[in-house]
Design a protein. Sequence first.
Length: 159
Amino acid sequence: MTEKKPKGRPREFKPEYIEQGRKLAEMGATDREVADFFGVRERTIYRWQHDFPEFCHALKLGKDVADDRVEKSLYRRAIGYTHDAVKILQFQGQEVIVPYEEHHAPDTTACIFWLKNRRRAEWRDKVDHEHSGGIKVSKTVELTDEQLAAIAASGGANG
């Protein structure tokens, strides 16, 4: 069964939507999910952002908080981390809670992702091709057929 969209004139904006929208965005809600919460269409959320700058600012602040939390988690995942945890066991018919430290090793994929985004020049995917004849290609350039014919006639790119 398809979800029914509200019909008719969109719900009027209320000042309390500012704080509610910020909290939703902080929890990671998308614009579509914010719209669902308020019972309006997504384009109404966009209109509210345009018409009410304080609502737009609140959503941006909330999204920044959520993004910062994800960034911190990615960093911790990249370098590895330790956290407190518990195991719940049975001993002689009694529940026993055993606290311990759980260690998570650094994650190579998270490291690569972090470095490719934070240190692009050093970590981007760059492919150098060595061709016969000693020509090293590190940048792709599109040439016309006439340009290629002229290079071939002159004896190659270095000729």
